[in-house]
Design a protein around this ligand. Sequence first.
Ligand code: HEM
Ligand code: HEM
Length: 184
Amino acid sequence: MNDFLGYVTRSTGIVATLLMLASLAWGLLFSARETGTRLRPAWWLDLHKGLGGLAMVFTGIHLVTAFADTDLGISLATVFVPGAAGYESTAFTWGVLAFYGLAIVVFSSWPKLLFRTRRTWRAVHLLSVPATVLACVHAYQLGSDAGTPAFRVVLVLAVAAVMYPLAFRVINVVAKTRQAPTRS
Ligand code: HEM
Ligand code: HEM
């Protein structure tokens, strides 16, 4: 049984990380209005929300199976309290912080936007960037598959693919700030 739970923990962790990276890329492309003309912006936004929601679901399964796998000896405190793990504690801490970051991003946006001003909501939503970075570090430090070439290649390619939307969005924000009328 524990073997099965171990495989589910590993596979759901990998899928959740890839979904977070994909959701990040889609969100950045949508907000930068870099979605081309072939597909409607609403399609990109819906896909972004779907990817984000699925990332939350897979992370939930990942936590439950990691806790249920008695070989790992993970306590509830390890799952919910950053720094509570006795061994490999920093890797767990990054995972817990990534989980909270993801949960805040998702549940401040769904089923409805929690904040009155778009500005505050966006500031909170951008927690998604450090949360995704922490998820990747957690995976790299703790995963049984982390040492394998396939894992490294997939992680490096996925992170590299997010760099284009990220750079594009940063350039887009800088350009908008410069264009904004200045008060004299
Ligand atoms: C399922 C819940 C989610 C909903 C409902 C949601 C909703 C949105 C919306 C409406 C936007 C567009 C904002 C705009 O420019 O008008 C957006 C952008 C964005 N989202 Fe999400 N999102 C969700 C989950 C996620 C997740 C899980 C991540 C990443 C881990 C993420 C990362 C982003 C990023 C980086 C942007 C671009 C923000 C910017 O550059 O200003 N979102 N999201
Ligand atoms: C957003 C949150 C999280 C994401 C995306 C995530 C993702 C991952 C990934 C990709 C792996 C590597 C799997 C492998 O290749 O072996 C992993 C490993 C692991 N994670 Fe997480 N994780 C998160 C949070 C947590 C939390 C809060 C815990 C605390 C219980 C946890 C427990 C574990 C364990 C025990 C492993 C090692 C599994 C093994 O190799 O046997 N994760 N995680």
